[in-house]
Design a protein around this ligand. Structure first.
Ligand code: JA8
Length: 397
């Protein structure tokens, strides 16, 4: 891959000679050329900027030096046969850099980076080259740097490590599963087993690989829920006036099964006692059943500081949105979370749903009161099992 980087501070780009990038350059994987924009100025002062039309603070980079620089690089005879580069302009207003974008850039044979400074580059440069080449403005995050050089280096590093042959290829193979967009990484530990009084989580020393995998997935989920809820499928924060802790609702995932199983066990004990029925499915289900439930139903889980404290699920059956497994951890009950979950799962009903339906034990008076208050009425359909009350509510239109 050939990379050209144009800047008024080419010295800033010296780190590209170092470390792995430097090695990739020597191995012939990467052919990086840095250029001083000022070599394409013609006045005594090598002027690259001027005041903005329309007024305002700061300076704008002039179109002419940029055009001469890009034209001269693009028509460089050394630079492959009539190939057109992708012009990359680092900018806080660009498309956010992600792993898939880095992978797409890694498939390009030639990238040209235009590193702006001051308030940016005259827009006509971008407009003009958009009609000649492909141009992408890329942001490395929602913050402002003093120039595009460091951003260009970030992009180059993220791209270079994906080139076949770089780092012996290992990185690119694991990239798909580990890239952000999935889950954040779980925490890692190495020897010694105790350091300054801190122990490595015992599960990692257990030798039980299934348990270790489960623990790591759980840690990754908790981290992601806490730090990057935006990465979890349809996650949003739950606002409850009665609760000051921040709650996050997300779609249930396979890895939620162990916690969901223990939550449903703790939630259904009182149901079992009230209704003298100890064989209720939520109490006797296996981990595999719970996992299959998460995947077979539209399941939502609510977390408070990483801990699973509530859940609900539903699925469409013959035009009816069948809601079930509504649960709230005992210490979170009585503060509107159950009501919120019920409204949330109702709001997720597909258009075909004509009615909502749920059931509870006939002696579960508290549940019955909640459901009646939410608009549910005892169904006209005879209950399939004794001791169970089916409640129904027409879908509001
Ligand atoms: C900047 Br000036 C300038 C040019 C490019 C970038 S990318 C970023 N985050 N900030 C500032």
């Amino acid at each position: 891959m050939r990379i050209d980087i144009i800047s008024i501070f080419p010295g800033y780009l010296a780190p590209l000679e170092l470390s792995l990038l430097g090695r990739a350059r020597h191995a012939g994987l990467l052919d990086i050329h840095t250029h001083d924009l000022r070599q394409w100025t013609h006045d005594r002062h090598h002027t690259v900027d001027d005041t903005p039309y329309g007024g305002g603070a700061g300076m704008v980079m002039k179109a002419e030096p940029w055009a001469e620089a890009i034209d001269s690089i693009v028509s460089d005879d050394d630079a492959a046969d009539r190939l057109k580069p992708l012009l990359v302009i680092p900018s806080p207003s660009g498309t956010p850099l992600t792993q898939p974008i880095a992978a797409r850039l890694a498939a390009e044979p030639w990238l040209v980076f235009a590193c702006g400074r001051y308030e940016g580059i005259d827009q006509r440069v971008i407009d003009h080259y958009s009609s000649q080449l492909r141009v992408e403005e890329i942001s490395i995050g929602d913050f402002v740097l003093s120039g595009g050089e460091v951003a260009a280096m970030v992009i180059v590093e993220s791209v270079a490590r994906l080139l076949p042959g770089f780092m012996g290829n290992a990185a690119s193979l694991t990239e798909e599963s580990h890239a952000p967009g999935g889950l954040l990484e779980y925490p890692v530990y190495t020897k010694p087993a105790v350091w300054r009084g801190r122990e490595v989580p015992p599960v990692l020393l257990s030798g039980d690989h299934a348990k270790i995998a489960q623990w790591r997935h759980d840690q990754a989920l908790r981290r992601t829920a806490k730090r990057r809820p935006d990465l979890l499928h349809s996650s949003e924060s739950v606002q409850l006036s009665e609760l000051d802790t921040s709650l996050m609702v997300t779609r249930g995932q396979r890895g939620d099964a162990p916690e969901l199983l223990s939550l449903q066990r703790s939630c259904w004990v009182s149901e079992a006692q009230l209704n003298s029925a100890l064989d209720l499915p939520p109490l006797v289900e296996s981990l595999t059943d719970v996992r299959n439930g998460i995947e077979g139903w539209t399941t939502f889980v609510v977390r408070a500081e990483g801990r699973l404290v509530g859940s609900v699920r539903a699925r469409l059956d013959d035009g009816v949105w069948r809601i079930g497994r509504l649960m709230v951890a005992p210490d979170f009950q009585g503060r509107g979370l159950g009501r919120w979950l019920l409204e949330h799962i109702e709001s997720q009903a597909p258009l075909e749903a004509r009615a909502f339906e749920l059931f509870t034990g006939s002696r579960s008076t508290r549940n019955l009161r909640h459901y009646r208050k939410a608009g549910y009425r005892t169904s006209v359909i005879p209950p399939s099992e004794p001791g169970i009350v089916v409640l129904r509510k027409p879908r509001p239109r």
